[in-house]
Write a protein that binds this ligand. Structure first.
Ligand SMILES: [Zn+2]
Length: 324
C-alpha cells in the first residue's frame, strides 16, 4: 500500500523508493490512497497509479467541488488548473479499463488478505450525510451537479487509516483535524461504537503536528504507551510543527521522528539600503534548499519494537530546528 505521494526532481518519491526495493510495481502494489487532495499529499500519485497497474486507488468519498468536478466531470488535463487538480485529472484520465475507485469513509475495509487489513476510519457518517445532502440540494436547484461541495475543508474529510497485520496496528492520521462536533474529525473516530479494539504501536501524526489536529483521547484510547510517532513538517505560511507542538508530542512519546531537520526560513535583511540594492538587482535570496528526508520504521511479526532508520535530512524530533 502507498498512502500519498510527493515529487522530487519530478519523480514520485514513493515510486522511486519502491524501485530501490525491487518491488514488482505492476504486481505487488495492491492499494494507493490519496488521503486528501492537497498538493503536499498527492503530487506524483498519477505516476504511481500508472505504474502500479494492478492497484486499486482509494480516496475520500466526500469531495470538494473542484476535485469532484475534476475527477467525475472534466477529465482532460488543462494547463491552468492547480497542480493538485491536474493530478486528479491525470488519475481520472488513466482510469479506463481499471476498477472504479474505492470511495473511503469510516469503517470501510479498503484491502484485506489473510491476517492483514486496511480500514478507513474517516470521513465520518456525519460528513458523508452532509455531502449527500449538499449533492441533493444542488441537484434540486438545477445547479451543476459538480458544484456540490462540503461546508468543510479538505483536511476535515481526509482519510485516516488503520493498517492491521496480525496483532499489530499502525494508525495513519492524514491531516484530519479536531472539531468540537462529536460526530466529526477525531471525535467521530473516538466515539464510534464500531472502533476496532487493537491499539496502534505506530502513529503518523496528523496535520504536520499541528495542535488543531491533536486529541489527547487518541493517545490514550487508540495508541499503545509511547508509540513510535512520525511527523512531516509544513513549510508554507504558518510553519509546523511549532515549538509547542514539538513539546506536546515529545511529552507523549520519546520515540518521535521528523522527516526534515529544519524549516526553510526567509532571509530577513535589516538594512534598507542593502534590501533595495538586492531588489533592484533582481536577486532572490532564500535559505539553503531543503533536502528530502526519510524515516523508515520496520517490524516483523513477532518482533517487539520498531526498527527505525533515518536517511537524508530526517532526525529525531528532539533535534528539530524550529522556525523562529
Ligand atoms: Zn498536509
Amino acid at each position: 500500500m502507498v498512502v500519498d505521494s510527493l515529487l522530487d526532481h519530478q519523480e514520485s518519491v514513493p515510486l522511486t523508493y519502491l524501485q530501490t526495493l525491487n518491488v514488482d510495481l505492476a504486481r505487488d502494489v495492491k492499494l494507493l490512497v490519496a488521503s486528501h487532495w492537497h498538493d503536499d499529499h498527492i503530487k506524483g500519485l498519477a505516476q504511481l497509479y500508472e505504474r502500479c497497474s494492478a492497484a486499486d486507488i482509494a480516496f475520500s468519498v466526500v469531495m470538494l467541488k473542484d476535485e469532484f468536478h475534476a475527477y467525475f466531470v472534466e477529465q482532460e488535463p488543462n494547463g491552468k488548473a492547480k497542480s493538485g487538480i491536474k493530478e486528479i485529472k491525470r488519475i481520472s484520465a488513466l482510469r479506463g479499463g481499471r476498477k472504479p475507485p474505492l470511495l473511503a469513509s469510516a469503517h470501510k475495509i479498503l484491502w484485506r488478505t489473510a491476517g492483514a487489513e486496511v480500514e478507513a476510519l474517516s470521513p465520518s457518517a456525519q460528513d458523508l450525510a452532509d455531502f449527500l445532502q449538499a449533492l441533493a440540494t444542488r441537484q434540486s436547484l438545477k445547479r451543476k451537479f459538480a458544484e456540490a461541495a462540503m461546508p468543510l475543508g479538505r483536511n476535515d474529510v481526509s482519510v485516516v487509516l488503520a493498517l492491521r497485520v496480525g496483532d499489530e496496528s499502525v494508525l495513519l492520521g492524514a491531516d484530519l483535524e479536531q472539531r468540537s462536533h462529536q460526530h466529526r474529525g477525531w471525535n467521530a473516530i473516538l466515539n464510534s461504537a464500531a472502533r476496532h479494539p487493537t491499539k496502534s504501536s505506530s502513529f503518523k501524526i496528523p496535520h504536520h503536528g499541528s495542535k488543531n489536529a491533536h486529541n489527547s483521547n487518541v493517545w490514550t484510547q487508540m495508541l499503545t504507551p509511547e508509540p513510535l510517532s512520525l511527523v512531516a513538517p509544513w513549510n508554507r505560511g504558518s510553519k509546523l510543527p511549532t515549538v509547542a507542538d514539538g513539546q506536546r508530542i515529545l511529552s507523549a512519546t520519546p520515540r518521535a521522528f521528523i522527516t526534515n531537520s529544519y524549516l526553510q526560513r526567509k532571509i530577513k535583511l535589516d538594512i534598507a539600503a542593502v534590501r533595495n540594492t538586492i531588489k533592484e538587482s533582481e536577486i532572490a535570496l532564500t535559505g539553503a534548499p531543503l533536502q528530502l528526508g526519510h524515516v523508515r520504521a520496520r517490524k516483523r511479526p513477532g518482533e517487539t519494537s520498531w526498527r527505525v532508520s533515518l536517511s537524508g535530512d530526517a532526525v529525531h524530533l528532539q533535534d528539530f530546528k524550529y522556525a523562529s
